[in-house]
Design a protein around this ligand. Structure first.
Ligand SMILES: Nc1ncnc2c1ncn2[C@@H]1O[C@H](COP(=O)(O)OP(=O)(O)OP(=O)(O)O)[C@@H](O)[C@H]1O
Ligand SMILES: [Mg+2]
Length: 458
């Protein structure tokens, strides 16, 4: 993987010195910008992302200490190395107490400069790598792998590899609940050149409308009464990496133009901010509703839809890849064997049959949960029917049953008749379970209740 070029800001009012430092650092491959005053430095730090700042303690107007404190307020992760004269080592120590990483005594040579800068950047990288490693451990690796050998899943895996290779392209992941959208988003990120940068996820339906904007864009200190300190939004936190916008269809219409603007300009402004901040972020959006339908019914902007769907990954429901069900169930059994110190080896023929006949409205998540339950309950070393939940045991053999749009006497049915009939069929299929029927019908439970009342179904 290619390393990103690290960016350094040099702040010193003596131009001859700045020029020398910059030449020396550019020579070894860093990108360098310079500022001759604290004010100029702060402006640059607000506009651009830097990895390290070389900061003279003695500056005209705004002092180096003041710049340090403001710089860390803008980006608490910034590495700052102070440049100090021999007589003022004490202030360098004070600066380190405030959060500077190291200091250089004036008169240092180029070799020393490069060493100190490299050491700081290496330390920082190590810190990040360790926390990344811990993060991966925590996430439990088998969970990240995408399981399945059906042609549909193989196609998805190939698609993920292709998409991962274009790290700037927006991706839209569509699929029913529990089909693995989040898993796919993680895979795209992990396989891309952004994998050593953060993957930040935000669920658009879980955050109240009035907080969403500050979650996305952050705010400046004092932007409103409660803004006691600067807050970074997810766009800023994901810089260099990937932003996963889950349940994008829930994003309010009022916010959609702002998101579109970020996608178009690759820059944004914090709430209360006066300047735009450039970012480099890949957007992956997910939805379990067909976004095109949301466009058609006016709840989603068409221009944003086209921006997001540059690449679309459509996850098939589990019932459309029946050949994956049993192998995947075995994989989950294996994981749970370890977890619960059991030694279950597989399923009875009948249990396998039931699993293949079932419709899995909750898809892989449902399969995973049911396997955990089976491992806990199972007494022997084979999972038999009795350890599967009731809805599975009553799953009828799959027979392609065409929905009839005719009445028994052969007349065409009205739209309302068809709706009534379909609702009854779904209720029958799930043994009267309204939540499940509503889920498959893709309507809320309260809408289903209304319709039942309307059609006089009790
Ligand atoms: N192909 C797969 N291989 C292994 N595990 C999978 C696979 N697909 C999904 N899972 C597992 O199923 C569970 C649900 O997946 P995930 O959270 O990604 O679904 P989702 O589509 O985001 O669901 P929702 O729409 O409800 O948010 C997770 O525990 C995930 O690890
Ligand atoms: Mg999800």
């Amino acid at each position: 993987m290619k390393e990103r070029i690290l960016k350094i800001l040099i702040v010193d009012d003596e131009e001859v010195l700045t020029l020398g430092y910059s030449k020396c650092l550019i020579k070894v491959g860093y990108e360098v910008k310079t500022a001759s005053s604290g004010e100029e430095a702060i402006k640059l730090l607000k506009d651009e992302m830097f990895d390290l700042v070389l900061l003279d303690i003695r500056l005209p107007h705004m002092s180096g200490m003041e710049v340090l404190s403001k710089a860390l307020e803008i980006d608490p992760d910034l590495i700052v190395i102070m440049i100090t004269a021999h007589g003022s080592v004490q202030s360098a120590v004070d600066a380190m107490r405030m959060g500077a990483f190291d200091y250089l005594l004036k008169g240092f040579d180029h070799e020393e400069l490069r060493t100190v800068v490299k050491k700081a950047l290496d330390m920082y990288r190590l810190k990040r790598e360790v926390s990344q490693l811990q993060e991966n451990e925590r996430k439990n690796y088998p969970d990240i792998a995408i399981f399945g050998n059906s042609p549909k899943i193989k196609y998805i895996k190939d698609l993920i590899k292709v998409v991962a290779r274009t790290p700037k392209t927006s991706v839209l992941i569509e699929g029913e609940s529990g089909t693995g959208k989040e898993l796919v988003a993680k895979a795209v990120h992990n396989l891309s050149s952004r994998s050593d940068k953060p993957l930040i996820a935000i669920n658009c339906s879980a955050i109240p409308e009035n907080l969403m904007e500050s979650e996305l864009f952050g705010y400046e200190k004092g932007a409103f009464t409660d803004a006691k300190s600067l807050k970074k939004g997810v766009f800023e936190l994901a810089h260099g990496g990937t932003l996963f916008l889950d349940e994008i269809s829930s994003m309010k219409l009022s916010l959609q133009p702002k998101l579109l603007r970020v996608l178009e300009t690759q820059s944004f402004r914090r709430i209360g901010g006066t300047s735009d901040i450039k970012i480099d972020v890949r957007i992956i959006a997910a939805t379990n509703q067909e976004l095109k339908e949301c466009v058609d019914n006016g709840s989603f902007r068409e221009d944003l839809y086209y921006r997001l769907k540059v690449m679309v990954i459509n996850l098939p429901p589990l019932r459309e890849r029946v050949e994956d069900i049993v192998p995947m169930a075995k994989m989950f059994i294996e994981q749970n064997n370890k977890e619960f110190s059991k030694n279950i080896v597989g399923f009875s023929k009948e249990a396998e049959q039931l699993m293949q006949n079932f419709d899995w409205p909750g898809n892989v998540r449902e399969l995973k949960n049911i396997m955990e339950r089976a491992v806990i309950l199972c007494q022997g070393n084979v999972v038999t029917e009795e350890y599967l939940p009731i809805e599975l045991r009553s799953a009828k053999p799959k027979e392609p049953k065409p929905i009839s749009y005719q009445s028994p006497t052969g007349e065409a049915l009205s739209l309302q008749d068809i709706e009534r009939k379909h609702i009854l069929e779904m209720l029958d299929k799930f043994n009267g379970n309204k939540s499940k029927a509503a889920r498959v019908l893709n309507i809320s439970r309260s809408t289903l209740r209304e319709k039942l009342k309307q059609y006089g179904i009790s």
